[in-house]
Ligand binder design. Structure first.
Ligand code: SAH
Length: 359
């Protein structure tokens, strides 16, 4: 049993069954043994690979989007770039390399990063040191004195979800208990108001035993982010795997060394994520009075921004082997059987005129 598993089991024994959200938070961000706190999880030696780690083309396309947006849509010449959960800093580094081509754009701008992991902050310092980034542990210290350009790739999927189960005529919450030294699922009829308030309008009625994943924690986080964006003005791109229409079913998954495992296995050593409900977020963007540019599949977004042209240029400039790698990366990022359809891009802003490349 891992040290973290023992800590969580002791907590359940002392306090009673635990929500999926608390379990996920401890597994990912326990100050000593949390998954993100204690390692660099990316690449072949890690547990998973993200889009910016697959190819420089991903960050370059986003860099082009930033330039187009900042120059054509926002009436300002100074910006605060802000990335949430930057991992190794690869996405921002590739994007800012493109943005450097616009004279004066970066000189008057600043870079802010939201990151909880000391290991990853160190990696980000190596990748982005030339831009003198300022790190934040939460949103409260992020400045709103200049328009914000916000990026987040695979950040929201790490924020905790809860599980509801339909029993009889009502939702119960599915919790985690301990029995004979192992984690087991239990249910409670005592469901908090804010959890029930996060239930999305699924078009079909639930059947006995249907599970619904909700995340008041994500909604609360995004409400705070919208508040910041309304003060500062600016735009945001959120990219993640998720669904564009609410549905029943659970998507909580654990990933360990590039393979799925049970959510109770390798606790603290496996990544835990859940798909993002983009329909719910889109409703929230509109309800909060921001401009939503849309939610589009990653493949379509990258193609509209010209990734095929960029790939052709890179292929021409490289060796035959490099050209094959570029082709493979292009396929992974954009094909509907790979990341092209499952991953979605959501764009929104405040104080813009709402017409954006890629949507
Ligand atoms: N965007 C990067 C990394 C994605 S992994 C990429 O595409 O490669 C998720 C990132 O979010 C990691 O950097 C992780 O440490 C960070 N993270 C997860 N939950 C967080 C939280 N609650 N607060 C701050 N950072 C968090």
């Amino acid at each position: 049993m891992s040290e973290l598993e023992r800590i969580i089991q002791d907590k359940i024994t002392a306090d009673g069954p635990m929500s999926v959200a608390v379990f996920m938070t401890l597994a990912l961000s326990h100050p000593e043994y949390g998954y993100y706190v204690s390692r660099d999880p990316f690449g072949v030696d890690g547990d998973f690979t993200t889009a910016p780690e697959i190819s420089q083309m991903f960050g370059e396309m986003i860099g082009a989007w930033i330039c187009d947006t900042a120059i054509n849509q926002i009436d300002a010449d100074r910006f605060n770039f802000f990335e949430l959960g930057p991992g190794r800093g690869t996405l921002m580094s590739d994007a800012l390399r493109v943005a450097k081509n616009v004279p004066g754009f970066l000189e008057s701008s600043a870079l802010h990063l939201l990151e909880m992991s000391p290991v990853l902050r160190e990696k980000q310092k190596q990748a982005l040191g030339e831009y003198s980034p300022v790190w934040h542990g939460d949103l409260s210290s992020v400045p709103s004195d200049k328009p914000l350009i916000i990026l987040a790739n695979e950040f929201l999927d790490a924020l905790p979800v809860r599980h509801l189960v339909w029993r009889g005529e009502a939702w119960r919450e599915r919790l985690i208990d301990v029995k004979d030294g192992a984690f087991v699922w239990v249910e409670t009829a005592d469901v908090a108001e804010d959890v029930l308030a996060a239930v999305p309008p699924v078009p079909v009625a639930p059947k006995e035993g249907d599970i619904l994943e909700v995340s008041p924690e994500r909604l609360c986080f995004m409400r705070d982010l919208f508040g910041l964006l309304k003060k500062a003005r600016g735009v945001a791109l959120f990219i993640d795997y998720g669904y564009a229409r609410p549905a029943y079913g659970e998507s909580l998954q654990a990933l360990y060394k590039h393979a799925f495992c049970g959510v109770f296995e390798h606790v603290g050593d496996a990544d835990l994520t859940a798909h993002v409900d983009f329909a719910g977020l889109q409703d929230l963007v509109q309800a909060e009075g921001l401009e939503c540019f849309g939610v589009v599949p990653q493949g379509a977004f990258l193609k509209r921004l010209g990734i095929d042209m960029r790939a052709a240029t890179l292929k021409k400039a490289g060796t035959p082997e490099q050209a094959r790698d570029v082709e493979k990366a292009l396929h992974r990022l954009t094909d509907s059987g790979e990341m092209g359809e499952l991953f979605k891009v959501m764009g929104f802003g405040y104080g813009t005129d709402g017409r954006f490349a890629g949507f």
